[in-house]
Ligand binder design. Structure first.
Ligand code: MN3
Length: 231
């Protein structure tokens, strides 16, 4: 018998966009946002709920917990949960990483850390654009922080829907390198999309995540970042 979940029973939900679809125009077009949020992200949420449906015990787990504990899951849903929970978590971060009032430069401790670890803000941007352009296939490009105490900043890319915490890095800022993120407007020109993305970057959100990452080194701490935060 196939179990049919009503929306109320579903554990994972598509988060509302924090701004209208057209709010990031002209940098990100409204149609791309409609499809990206309402179709692509929504599908990952539906796939995750579907994979978990036969396993009620797992419905209490956050998407991030599932992603970081794939080896504890039944083998038959590991691949599906890896892709769908990763897609859900990463897209949740992506919407927060952008803002209609974005752009500019990061100030405060994050701005200082970027200058310290990359030489300058412009050198960081160049590194981020270069890494994003260089990833083969689909994935994500991140500004992330190493989890060890006093951890430095790094630009890294992840394949598919892998997440930096799967690789010991706490994510501060992300952009999506899957073609669905840019193909309507930029076609195959990923570098053009990356270079044109900076005016919508939500630096206050990245700065908040940087401050939260200060507490990321102690797994027993109640402020350990992923115990409370869905993303
Ligand atoms: Mn995407």
């Amino acid at each position: 018998m196939i179990e049919v979940l009503t929306p109320v029973e579903q554990k994972h939900h598509l988060p509302a966009l924090p701004y209208p679809h057209a709010a990031l125009e002209p940098y990100i077009d409204a149609r791309t946002m409609q499809l990206h949020h309402g179709e692509h992200h929504a599908r990952y949420v539906a796939e995750l709920n579907g994979a978990l449906a036969p396993f009620p015990d797992l419905r209490s787990k956050s998407a991030l917990w599932l992603l970081l504990n794939l080896r504890k899951l039944p083998a038959e849903i590991r691949v599906a949960v890896h892709a769908s929970a990763g897609g859900h978590v990463n897209h949740g971060l992506l919407w927060q990483a952008m803002s209609p009032t974005g752009g500019g430069v990061p100030l405060g401790p994050l701005g200082d850390a970027i200058a310290r670890d990359f030489g300058s803000f412009n050198q960081f941007k160049a590194r981020f654009d270069e890494a994003g352009a260089g990833l083969r296939g689909s994935g994500w490009v991140w500004l992330a922080r190493a989890l060890e105490k006093g951890g430095g900043l790094e630009v890294l890319t992840t394949q598919g829907h892998d997440h930096p915490l799967m690789h010991g890095r706490f994510p501060l800022l992300v952009n999506d390198l899957w073609e669905h993120a840019y193909y309507l407007k930029h076609e195959n020109r990923r570098s053009e999309y990356l270079a044109g993305w900076w005016p919508v970057v939500n630096w206050p959100e990245a700065a908040r995540r940087y401050e939260r990452s200060e507490h990321s080194t102690d797994e027993k701490s109640p402020r350990f970042p992923w115990t409370k935060q869905p993303f």
